[in-house]
Every structure is written in C-alpha cells, then in structure tokens.
Design a protein around this ligand. Structure first.
Ligand code: SER
Length: 639
C-alpha cells in the first residue's frame, strides 16, 4: 500500500467511528509562542484537551504535517525524517482505553493487514515519585486483544531502557516501562513538565521487522545492548503508534491532579505504518519518498542503497523544505528561516558532493526536479501545494545559487590561506572562519587540506554555546541591550509575573518576553481579558514591592533544587545541571543567605538586574491584549 492509501483508510476508519475529520494545521504554529514548528498532532489541539469545547464535537481525527528540528542530525538512517505526517485521533473527554486500544489494533490488523504476531506493545509501569499507578487496564485490554487473535500475550515488567537491554523479551508480548518511555507530555517526563501542562501514561505499538517473514532483518544487533526489547535502538522494532491517555495536569506544588476530562491523544507516523505494511524497515522505500530517491538516482547516477545516507538526507531535506515553504517560511538567519536555510544548504552540499556536475550552477534546478516529485505525490491530499509551485521553485533555486556563490568565495579564501600558511594545512581558526563567514562546510575544507580538527571543534563549541545563549534570547524575546533602563524593566518583569500570578491565579505562565529600553512585553497564559480592577491590582503589587526596596540576589544552584523551589522558567527551555536563579526579597535576604522560601519571586534567569527593587522607579501597565487563544500580551513601562 502507498502512504496515501493508508492515510485514506485511517481517516475513513475513524470517520465511521464518529470522528470529524479536521484539516492539518500549518507547520508554523498559530498562537503558540512556545514552539517554532508543529511537531505533533496534539499541539494545535491543546485548548480542547484542556476543556474548551471543540466546534466539531468530542471526536476528531486527521493527518497532521509535522516537523521535528531536533531530529535534523539523525537523518540518514532508515527510519528518521525531519518532516513527517502524523495520523491522529482524539477523544476530548469522550471514549477511553476500552475503545482506543481495540480500534487501533483493529485498524492495524484487520484494516491494513499487519500480522498480529509482528506487533508488540508497551504500557506505563507506574511511577513512585508522582504516585501515578501502573496502567493495569491497558495490560488487560491488550491481553484480550491478542488472545482473540489466538496469540498468547505474556506481560513482562521491564522498567528502564537499561533494564530492558539486560533482561530482554522473556517471551513477552506486553511490556511496561517507566516515565521515560511510557509517559507523554509536550515537555517530556512528569519532572520536566511546567505547572499546568497536561500529560499522561501512554501505550505504544511496535512492529517487529526481525520476524516479518521475507525481509530477514537480524533479530538483534548486540551493539545496542545485550538483549533486544521493543525500545531497543537496533532497528528490529519500529514504534508505529502511541495512544496517550491524557488525564493529568501538573500542579504548582509538583504533584498531579486529574484534568476536568479524560482525553485520548493518539499519534502514529504515517511513513512508519506504511513501512510496516510494506514489511520493509527502510521508510525511504515507501512510495511517497521512493519517487525522490529514484529521481536522485537518475539525476546524479548514484545508486540506492549504496549511497543511502546522502540520498536520504537530500530526499528528507527537500521534502521538508517543500512543506515549510508551502506554509510560508522563507530562508533567513533566524529561527524558522534558519532551519529552512540549513535544510536547503545541506542538500545543495550533498548534491554537489554526489553529482558529477560539481559546482554546476544548475544544482538549484536539479533540486527542484526532486521537489517536483513531492509536489505530484502530495498534490491530491494537500490541495494548496500546487498553487505554491512557483514560490517553492524560486526559493529553492535562489537559495541554492546563493549558497554556491558563497562556496565559491570560500574556496578562494581557502586557497589564500594555503598560500599564506606555506603548507598544505589549515588552522582550526581558519577552518572556523571559512565555516561561519563563508558557510564553507568542514568536510569540504578537509577535502582540500589537512585541518586542525580539534582546534576547529574548540572554536565551534564556543560558538555554539554563544549562539545557544543568543537563541535562548531569541525564543524568550530576551533583552535588547544591557542599558540601565532595560535592566530596571527586566527586574520589573520578574515582579510583574509574580503579581499576575497573585491576581489571576498560580496557573499563569510566561509564554514569551521581550524587553527594550522603552518598555517590557510579556506573553502569558490566561484565558480572558484582564479587567481594569485586575490591572490596577497588578500594578499596585509591583509598585508595593518596588517601595519595599527588596534585595535582588543571584545564586547558582543545582537545577533540581531550583525546580523544587518552584523557580519560574519558560516552557520548553532546556537548562544545564547548574542554573542561575534570581530571587527578589525578603528584605533581610543576603547573598550568603538568600532565604529562597521567603522570596517574593524566584526565576531561572541569566540577568542582568538591579540590586534593589527601589531602583526600578514607578511601574505602569501600558497595554493588555490577546495574542491568541489562551495567550495574553501585556506591556509595561517604568517612569
Ligand atoms: N502526542 C503524542 C505523540 O506525539 C501522540 O499523538 O506521540
């Protein structure tokens, strides 16, 4: 079957079971400042999972375009792609495990014909810390489902991935794992979740390619651990679907409470399900991707799978570029634009390496030929795609040409360095300049000269740390500068967040911020327009804390400790093991004894701040408005 057929069958299957079929949301999330790209089907549906009624009812299903930038460096193996389609069905406080697991099993076995003996499942094994129990209900349902197919389904408790690789399958069919494997939320494990975030235990289905008759995939590769088990990375098992039973929400004190409604959030990778149906563990062989692979073969005279890695990178990156451009992204130096630029440049680089027409200016045109395979493959389902053909072409061609020019100038600089150095060697610093200023990849420099790779790596590491800091700034909005006025507004910003939580409720969370010397701006989660009274009260609290002239103290503490203290941090950020926190108050707090328990506010923050709140001046809210469903934007000034 093709992925288009499987997508169709999935949507029809759930339509018959009372689901409204909704269109895929854009890859560029709307009204969600927490993330750059839509990376799963549930993201655009969060408000409905939290209780807002969906206009089309309590059951919806779709195929969602998804992009996971974090997988970009994994591309090249047989099962990862940056762009993928996620088949999804949701129950907003309607059906539950007893419907969801049998439906998905029926879909896989009866509808698309996977052999049940090739399926293995996992469930949540319970968590002592949050006291959320093992999912016995799902274990029972799975036992019955396999038994109906005359398959004995032994349950085996595995716990962690490490335990899995020590204990192995033990003849099991249903396995339980810990929070790292069988708990789902946008932020990950319960500990990582911010207050208010929904999540829950999940149950995953795996396809066993090692026993999928014809293919002869090895039963296990010991490089990945002594024993094999469903979550082993050796490639024998592929996860093809995840049913999340989203019934919890994290509370301020770190414990969990039940959501108002019990939700089902199912997501399954369309490409992976298709690969399972095709009994071929290489997802680049499914028809949707194979067309591009064939085009690459014929354009560049390379053969698949001999040159698999480079060909998969080209096929993956061009497909992602097509869909990103279709959703309005253009190459640039920041955020989404930067990711798109990286995708196109990396594929130009690979094309140049593997085509006979090195540095041929028609590379962009050839790349568009590959893109055209996707345009025809997806035109029927994504009806807006054909209209965008010319912008997709122009963008890819222009970016490719520009990159080739950059490569050309890099080459000239490289020649100059070689003459200057008087030997066939390039220093780490020079390789680094070639890379950052001329976009000249290290591999290319290494082709032409001996390179001090360690020196390059040191420079690169430093650069990455710096750009990580600045991109943290980008995602958080961050400070425009470190001037005195900006610093005063920055401390006011911390007071404001706490004041908003005091007035509107502790579930208010920061969703973005930006501070210039003129004003501060904060996006925060809250469902309604603030009343005049609420705004006045918020201002009053901030000004009261300013009048108290509280000390502002920076401390470096373990991340776990900071989390335990309930220090505020923005959703989705990753922090090192030791973090910098700023606490404000109490009056008697000192650097030596910051008295966190009595502080008015504590936040994960790199500064800078004033030393005492009295330096801030008088605070005033200048504007409060909506930026999207459940997110408000407030602006304020100090005078
Ligand atoms: N949200 C879950 C996932 O992304 C299931 O849809 O895996």
């Amino acid at each position: 079957m093709t992925s288009a057929e499987i997508r169709q069958k999935f949507l029809e299957f759930f339509e018959k079971r009372g689901h409204a079929i909704i269109p895929s949301a854009s890859l560029v999330p709307e009204n969600d400042p927490t993330t750059l790209f839509t990376g799963s089907g549930m993201q655009p549906l969060v408000p409905y999972l939290l209780g807002t009624p969906h206009p089309l009812g309590k059951r919806v299903a779709n195929s969602q375009k998804s992009f996971r930038a974090e997988d970009i460096d994994e591309i090249g193996d047989n099962r990862h792609t940056t762009f993928f389609e996620m088949l999804g069905n949701w129950s907003f406080g309607d059906y539950w495990k007893q419907e969801q697991l049998p439906w998905f099993f029926e879909f896989l076995t009866d509808e698309i014909g996977l052999k049940p003996e090739n399926l293995y499942v996992t469930v949540f094994g319970g968590d002592l810390e949050t006291k959320i129990p093992q999912d016995d209900e799902s274990i029972k349902i799975w036992e019955e489902l396999f038994n109906e197919k005359k398959i004995e389904a032994k349950y085996v408790a595995l716990g962690s991935e490490k335990e899995g690789s020590e204990k192995g399958m033990q003849g099991g069919r249903i396995f339980s794992y810990d929070v790292k494997k069988n708990w789902w939320s946008r932020a990950g494990t319960p500990l990582k979740m911010p207050t208010g975030e929904p999540g829950g235990p999940d149950s995953e289905v795996f396809y066993d390619f090692g026993s999928a008759d014809e293919r002869g995939v090895p039963r296990h590769d010991e490089k990945f651990g002594k024993e094999c088990h469903p979550n082993c990375d050796c490639g024998r098992f592929l996860e093809i679907g995840n049913s999340v039973f989203m019934e919890y929400r994290k509370k301020e004190d770190g414990t969990f409470e039940k959501l108002k409604q019990r939700n089902v959030d199912f997501g399954g990778g369309l490409e992976r399900i298709t690969a399972a149906e095709n009994k071929d563990p290489d997802i680049f062989n499914i028809s949707a991707l194979r067309g591009a692979i064939d085009e690459i073969q014929s354009l560049f005279g390379v053969t698949y799978p001999k040159e698999a890695k480079a060909m998969r990178i080209i096929a993956d990156h061009i497909r992602a570029a097509v869909f990103l451009i279709n959703d309005g992204v253009q190459p640039g130096n920041k955020e989404r634009g930067y990711l798109l630029r990286r995708l196109i440049r990396k594929s130009v680089f690979e094309v140049r390496q593997h085509s006979q027409s090195k540095f041929n200016s028609s590379v962009g045109v050839l790349m568009f030929r590959i893109a055209q395979r996707y345009l025809s493959e997806y035109a029927e389902f994504y009806k807006d795609l054909p209209e965008k053909e010319s912008v997709i072409k122009d963008t890819i061609v222009a970016e490719a040409e520009q990159f080739l020019t950059t490569l050309d100038s890099g080459l000239k600089v490289l020649e100059r360095y070689l003459i200057e150095n008087g030997k066939h060697e390039i220093t780490g610093e020079q390789a680094f300049i070639l890379f950052t200023t001329y976009g000249f990849p290290l591999e290319l420099t290494m082709e032409r000269a001996k390179v001090d790779v360690d020196g390059f790596k040191k420079k690169f590491q430093k650069h990455q740390n710096l750009s990580r800091t600045s991109s943290t700034g980008t995602f958080k909005g961050g400070l425009a500068d470190h001037s005195e006025k900006t610093t005063r507004l920055h401390t006011a910003h911390h007071l404001l967040l706490k004041a908003l939580q005091t007035v509107l409720g502790p579930e208010v969370k920061q969703r973005g911020s930006n501070i210039t010397s003129e004003r501060l701006r904060m996006d925060f989660s809250y469902g309604a327009k603030m009343t005049d009274g609420q705004k006045k009260e918020t201002e009053r609290i901030v000004n009261e804390k300013i009048a108290e002239d509280l000390p502002v103290i920076r401390s470096e503490i373990a991340k776990d400790e900071a989390e335990k203290l309930g220090a505020e941090h923005e959703f989705g950020q990753k922090y090192p093991d030791r973090v910098s926190v700023y606490s404000i108050g109490p009056k008697s707090a000192t650097q030596e004894n910051p008295q966190f328990e009595k502080a008015f506010s504590i936040e994960f923050c790199g500064g800078p701040h004033v030393t005492h709140t009295g330096q801030i001046g008088k605070f005033r809210i200048s504007k409060e408005e909506a930026v999207g469903a459940g997110v408000r934007r407030i602006k304020g000034v100090v005078e």
